[in-house]
Design a protein around this ligand. Structure first.
Ligand SMILES: C[S@@+](CC[C@H](N)C(=O)[O-])C[C@H]1O[C@@H](n2cnc3c(N)ncnc32)[C@H](O)[C@@H]1O
Length: 498
């Protein structure tokens, strides 16, 4: 039997490996590097608590998943596959994080490649990472395939770096794989990881989201009626989590830097039926308007804390594909008796120049980061210079956030990276530069403390992390923590002195 075991490890740039070894120790870094190549086995779904409850979603999911399995053929390469799928996906309510339903998967499984008779499809890294999370293979992800492959053949799926991704069935002729622009090229029959595909599951009622991201919203915990800013919000996962906690009352500004991304936030808010979200295209590092001289064409908007431009509505930018997707979702939701929220008002659509200092009660800063905590990832090509550049860039967002926060206001800073430079180092930046800012305990904690100490870089720069007392106030999610089994993530919460 030609079985293969999945056991890759992330390859780092040499200087990054050296830096991480100093931070975590060689043994710990090895565990992290292996864990990053595997997807979390627990899939979490955030329940739209404005419309449903975790218990009702568990019941609805059980029905959907049972129907899905009934329609599934048992793959020839693995006789007990159907049974393991059935046990793998049983949904349950998370015991610690409110409003979360989880489904357990399994893997890595040894896969028998005998039925493929040496036929192979090689897929791109991104497609490979999606396959490891339970997806099928779409045409753009196919890089190469064996000669003579025909529709219906079983093939070995190889991800970048020749990691075996499992056995799949070819769904189109070979020539089509390279000619067509879209469509499913290969359906996975015996995947290395058996995880539920959440695509299109209970639209409007649940949203697949990793647990630390959901937790970050609970740590900020904005009160209903508050004025809230999500500085880097697309595609809107945390924005909509915040809107739920606000019971859709108050004002939640959601910024991102492109029209298309802002439209994604609006689409998600509409799908989930939320009306307190105002999504705008704005460079968040330039979101303070107090430097703008009076009488330059900017006007004060109704709520008194926003500067709106006079140019009017932003382009809606709906491509026909997006419109079709929305229409499918609308129909699925209608079938469940749900309606999509009405389009945003003209105030929501206005271009904004920014906000006055001390405007917000709560701010979430989940900005651009190196994403070195996301799982599964097979290659990380960033250099130490690039990582340090990202950390430096993030300080611009932090500086802006602190100016925009009201005295007594609360700021949550989160990243999906294991990089101490973007995490503990940037918390140090806030504490050292702003005596008005202090770290505060987080109401919901799942993970371990931050890093203490620091390191000196080759160019002589001293990078200081946290003191033991400070480290206990932040949450660092370790991707190698098998019990928690999450992505690598970091959350710090600050309060601004009154
Ligand atoms: C980590 S993602 C945010 C994910 C989001 N918080 C969520 O939970 O769905 C970082 C976002 O920052 C946005 N971004 C990058 N630079 C920005 C800038 N200067 N101003 C506003 N947004 C920016 C990116 O477009 C990206 O959508």
């Amino acid at each position: 039997m030609a079985t293969k075991t999945y056991a890759p490890t992330v390859q780092w740039q040499a200087d990054v490996e050296q830096y991480f070894t100093a931070a975590f120790g060689a043994e710990m870094l090895q565990q992290i590097s292996e864990a990053l190549c595997r997807p979390p086995l627990i899939t979490s779904l955030r329940v739209n608590t404005l419309r449903s409850t975790p218990e009702a979603v568990v019941a609805a999911l059980a029905t959907e998943l049972a129907a899905e399995k009934e329609g599934q053929e048992a793959p020839p390469a693995c006789a007990d596959h159907r049974q393991s799928l059935a046990s793998a996906h049983t949904p349950f309510v998370h015991q610690r994080v409110p409003g979360v339903v989880c489904m357990a998967g399994s893997g890595p499984h040894e896969v028998d490649y005998t039925p493929t008779q040496g036929k192979e499809v090689v897929i791109a890294r991104g497609a490979g990472e999606a396959v490891l999370r339970g997806a099928h293979i779409f045409v753009p992800g196919v890089l190469a395939c064996s000669p003579g492959i025909q529709k219906g053949d079983l093939v070995a799926v190889s991800v970048a770096l020749e990691q075996p991704g499992g056995v799949g069935r070819v769904e189109m002729e070979r020539a089509q794989m390279f000619r067509l622009q879209h469509g499913v090229a290969v359906t996975m029959r015996d995947p290395v990881f058996r995880l539920p595909s959440c695509n299109g599951l209970l639209p409007g009622l649940v949203m697949p989201q990793n647990l630390p991201s959901i937790l970050a919203a609970h740590v900020l915990a904005p009160k209903p009626g508050a004025t809230v800013l999500d500085m880097c919000a697309a595609p809107g996962g945390k924005t909509t989590a915040l809107a739920e906690l606000m019971q859709d009352r108050g004002t939640l500004y959601a910024l991102d830097r492109s029209h298309a991304k802002v439209q994604d936030i609006r689409d998600l808010a509409a799908e989930l039926g939320m009306t307190c979200i105002r999504a705008h295209k704005l460079d968040a590092t330039r979101a303070v308007v107090d430097h703008v001289p009076a009488g330059n064409g900017h006007m004060q908007a109704g709520s008194g804390h926003m500067q709106a431009g006079t140019k009017g509505a932003t382009p809606n930018g709906h491509s026909s594909k997006v419109a079709q997707r929305q229409e499918r979702k609308r129909k699925a939701m209608q079938a469940r008796g749900l309606t999509i929220a009405p389009p945003p008002s003209s105030v929501t659509e206005a271009q904004i120049a920014g906000f006055h200092e001390a405007t917000f009660d709560y701010i979430l800063l989940d900005g651009p980061c190196s994403a070195l905590g996301l799982r599964p990832r097979l290659i990380h090509g960033q250099t130490l210079k690039e990582l340090r550049g990202t950390a430096l860039y993030q300080r611009n967002f932090l500086d802006t956030a602190i100016r925009l926060l009201k005295p007594g206001g609360e700021l949550v800073y989160s990243t999906c990276t294991i990089n101490p430079g973007e995490n503990e180092r940037n918390v140090r930046h806030v504490l050292d530069k702003y005596p008005c800012m202090s770290l505060v305990p987080q109401a919901l904690t799942l993970s371990g403390p931050g890093l203490t100490g620091g390191i000196t870089h080759a160019d002589g720069e001293q990078e200081q992390w946290l003191t033991p007392d400070e480290a206990r106030l932040v949450q660092r999610f370790d991707p190698a923590d098998a019990e928690l089994d999450t992505i690598g993530f970091f959350v710090a919460k600050f309060v601004k002195a009154k």
